[in-house]
Design a protein around this ligand. Structure first.
Ligand code: ZN
Length: 110
């Protein structure tokens, strides 16, 4: 059990920081025993990078669906609409992946 710094964001996401202190099970200098414990937690204001990415992609999705609605009213834009819908499907998959890794991190115990 070796001690590490930890950073925690207000959205619940966290990550390990610098190595701080060795435990008495580990005698090799600079090595860690593999089991991490929290030495100190620094709390960050705001959301983590994953949430930032999700927010950005969400905003893009909203913009794209507005575009599609406008193009549908204007007519004659079928190819563009189809292309944009494909892009939206891809972005939705990316958002799902991001959400998934965020949830996994929140669920894992440190
Ligand atoms: Zn987050």
């Amino acid at each position: 059990m070796c001690y590490f710094e930890q950073t925690r964001w207000s959205c619940g996401y966290w990550k390990w920081g610098n190595f701080r202190q060795q435990c008495n099970k580990e005698y090799r200098t600079g090595e860690t025993c593999g089991l991490k414990l929290v030495y100190d937690t620094s709390y960050m204001h705001g959301q983590c990078k994953i949430c930032d990415q999700i927010t950005k992609k969400d905003r893009r999705m909203r913009k794209m669906s507005e575009d599609i609605q406008r193009w549908q009213r204007e007519g004659n834009r079928r190819a563009t609409i189809e292309k944009t819908q494909q892009d939206m499907t891809e972005i939705q998959i990316q958002i799902n992946d991001l959400c998934h890794s965020h949830q996994e991190k929140q669920r894992s115990i440190c």
